[in-house]
Design a protein around this ligand. Structure first.
Ligand SMILES: [Cu+2]
Length: 163
């Protein structure tokens, strides 16, 4: 009885580890303003789907913003202090051109290329295309849970026989 419970606990811990391992690592890519006050740096970058682009600056002589051509992201009004991020989802591969509204004419423009990657199982994007029940089976949790139910049933049954 006690050993079966121990196995069940190990299965629960293993389940947690499997969940962590299936998560994809994502990165945050920071874009700031260079010393000329009229350039993004870096001005071109390549990221993966799931990554974040973050526009960060402070104490600027001029106010800036970052607006994507098709309004995919928009940091709002030009600011001397900014910390604005945009996450590229798992269906967003492509190239996005952005600019600073007041200084586009001075060449304050940039481009971010988002590379296609396979969505991790646990992302909201993949859940959206599947029902909750079937997404459960995708990462093996269903089978672990069934195994645990079996173990508990066996434990209860044995306890009844030998008590
Ligand atoms: Cu600017």
């Amino acid at each position: 009885m006690r050993r079966l419970l121990y196995v069940a606990v190990v299965l629960v811990l293993l389940q947690g580890n499997l969940g962590l391992d299936s998560e994809q690592e994502t990165e945050t890519h920071v874009v700031t303003v260079d010393s000329t006050n009229l350039r993004f740096t870096p001005s071109t970058l390549t990221v993966n789907e799931g990554d974040t682009i973050r526009f960060v600056w402070g104490g600027q002589a001029l106010p800036h913003n970052a607006v994507e051509e098709n309004e995919v992201f928009d940091s709002g009004d030009p600011e001397r202090e900014l910390d604005y991020g945009h996450v590229f989802g798992y269906e967003s591969a492509g190239t996005y051109d952005f600019f600073c509204e007041p200084h586009e004419g001075f060449g304050m423009v940039g481009s971010v290329t988002v590379q296609d990657v396979e969505a991790p199982v646990d992302t909201p994007q993949s859940v959206g295309t599947a029902t909750n029940d079937s997404s459960w089976t995708n990462n093996g949790q269903f089978f672990l849970a069934m195994g645990m139910v079996g173990l508990f049933t066996a434990a209860m049954w044995r306890a009844r026989i030998y008590d």
